[in-house]
Design a protein around this ligand. Structure first.
Ligand code: APR
Length: 241
């Protein structure tokens, strides 16, 4: 399926970063933040209600991301992109993750449909700030213009960026193979991209530890860890399996 595909779309979720040590949303958060529900904190209303708590949580999350490294699943997807593009195919990686690990593994032209925690912006001026330029000695952090700084993530209650959304829909409606990796497939609009792909005749693959709402309807289900299943797919493509 993959070998013959002219265009491949891969949608990833938190499960592809789990083996890098970044806990997924629907697993219980360990330690200090265990008492908070990520769904509660990843919401624009939570930020307006308690900007100190929400910015502390994102500061904690990105300090963990910085200590993590891409796992074999990230690297396999970067290699799959290289091989697909080398044979003249197109490859589009859409990720719901905000940790930047796909890019660090070598994936290019990654669409971060839920944004990123690696840059923040001033809520007063809209100016973007790199992490290293932000003073996190107090929370919420503020900019030189006196505005509160927030991470460039898309929170529940916010719209996805138009450009990313258009690309996700157009890539999903023109691909031959749509692969869903490490996502619970419950958050819209990401969860409906696979249906769009199927409605245009794409073949579908899911890689997940356990069944999800889409497992019944995909062509191929690879149940297991992304960091193990994706390298296996590559080995088969390279005739090494
Ligand atoms: N390999 C493959 N899949 C895994 C692994 C792994 N090692 N570990 C966990 N999973 C699967 C889980 O079975 C689950 O289906 O990854 C999925 C993680 O689901 P979520 O925690 O819901 O993360 P995600 O699907 O990315 O959430 C989507 O919801 O919380 C919001 O905006 C946030 O982007 C996030 C969106």
């Amino acid at each position: 399926m993959i070998r013959e595909a002219r265009s491949i779309v891969v949608l990833t979720g938190a499960g592809v970063s789990a083996e890098s040590g970044i806990s997924t949303f629907r697993d219980a958060e360990m330690g200090l933040w265990a008492k908070y529900d990520p769904m509660e904190l990843a919401h624009i209303d939570a930020f307006h209600r308690d900007p100190e708590l929400v910015t502390r949580w994102y500061h904690w999350r990105f300090t963990r991301c910085k200590d993590c490294t891409p796992n074999p699943g990230h690297h396999a997807l970067a290699e799959l992109q290289r091989q697909t593009e080398a044979r003249g195919g197109s490859f589009s990686l859409l990720t719901q993750n905000v940790d930047g690990l796909h890019q660090r593994a070598g994936s290019t032209n990654v669409s971060e449909i839920h944004g990123t925690i690696l840059t923040w912006r001033c809520t007063k001026t809209g100016k973007h700030h790199e992490l290293e330029d932000i003073d996190f000695s107090s929370f919420p952090p503020t900019s030189e213009a006196g505005g509160i700084l927030r991470p460039n993530v898309i929170w529940f209650g916010e719209m996805l960026p138009e450009k990313e959304l258009e690309r996700a829909f157009s890539d999903s409606s023109t691909c031959d193979v749509f692969m869903s990796v490490g996502t619970s497939s419950v958050v819209q609009p990401a969860a409906s991209l696979i249906d769009l792909a199927k409605s245009h005749g794409a073949r579908t693959i899911e890689v997940n530890l356990e069944p999800t709402p889409i497992s019944e309807s995909v062509d191929v289900s690879l149940f297991g860890k992304a960091g193990e299943e994706l390298p296996k797919v590559l080995d088969q493509l390279n005739g090494e399996a």
